[in-house]
Design a protein around this ligand. Sequence first.
Ligand code: C2E
Ligand code: MG
Ligand code: MG
Ligand code: MG
Length: 288
Amino acid sequence: NAKKCGKNGYCWFEPQMENELQFRNALETGIREGLVNGEFVPYYEQQIDLENGELTGFEMLARWHSPRLGVVAPDVFIPIAESMGLIAELSEQLIEQALEDAKEWDADLTLSVNISPLQFNDPWFPQRLLKLLVKANFPPQRFEIEITESCLHDNVALVRSMIVSLRNQGIKVNLDDFGTGYSSFAQLRSLPFDRIKIDRSFVSAIGREGGASQIVNAIVSLGQGLGMPITAEGIEDDETLDNLRALGQLKGQGYIYGRPETIEQVRERLEGLGRLARPAEPVDGAGA
Ligand code: C2E
Ligand code: MG
Ligand code: MG
Ligand code: MG
């Protein structure tokens, strides 16, 4: 009794699509089609130096503009793309797009991207990433990756060599969502991260739950001790911001600065700040 409307003989949201397996199959088909049709779009969240309130760069956050579902969040499609073995392809498509976007930005603004554990654990990952940067002619020094504690498996030596090889290329490697996973102090000590990002759950609890600001404070001290600067994610209100600024020299992100934006919105923002890339100077001596 399903109304036929797709090539495959079913609609996505027919109420008749009662079982999860069918929905899952439809999502998988949608992701495959989305990759072919360029439906995955980078959005950007501002990263701010909390000392002076200045924009330092953007974190790219994936969105799926599905013709059937509308805008889909990464928590929905990233795990499925991972299980389909398509995460590297999806991520690389987004990174290519983001690198083109970021070339329009002022040369001191950075681009940060999230990397899945499956992607990170591919021994060819550093090389694949470098290839994208070279192709886009984008300076690795302006490029950062964010990995979570789930990337840090038992083979610390292997993880370390990955991080070192990325950093040798100039790419920064940041530890994302810190505090939610299982990284040990021993791992943290032997892994040369450029920066630690404190998970939003701790940041949003500041001023609301006893102990939260002590935990954030402890992570900030840990970062100082290890020589790793700190970013606080998920700042939503002025009170939290004030508390964080009192803790030290941090970077921050969060809805207090706005929601993740499309490249068009970013362009408008940068234009207002006078921070779009200046057109290249004419080559010296040309025409003289
Ligand atoms: P994340 O890297 O920790 O990104 C932060 C998430 O928190 C983003 O959600 C962002 O929109 C949200 N957020 C930022 N500020 C606030 C705030 O003040 N309050 C609240 N409530 N939320 C805030 P989003 O975009 O849905 O991304 C969720 C996760 O999906 C990301 O967490 C990241 O782990 C993953 N992700 C996003 N893009 C990619 C990608 O291209 N590749 C991979 N592998 N993962 C991605
Ligand atoms: Mg992140
Ligand atoms: Mg995070
Ligand atoms: Mg997260």
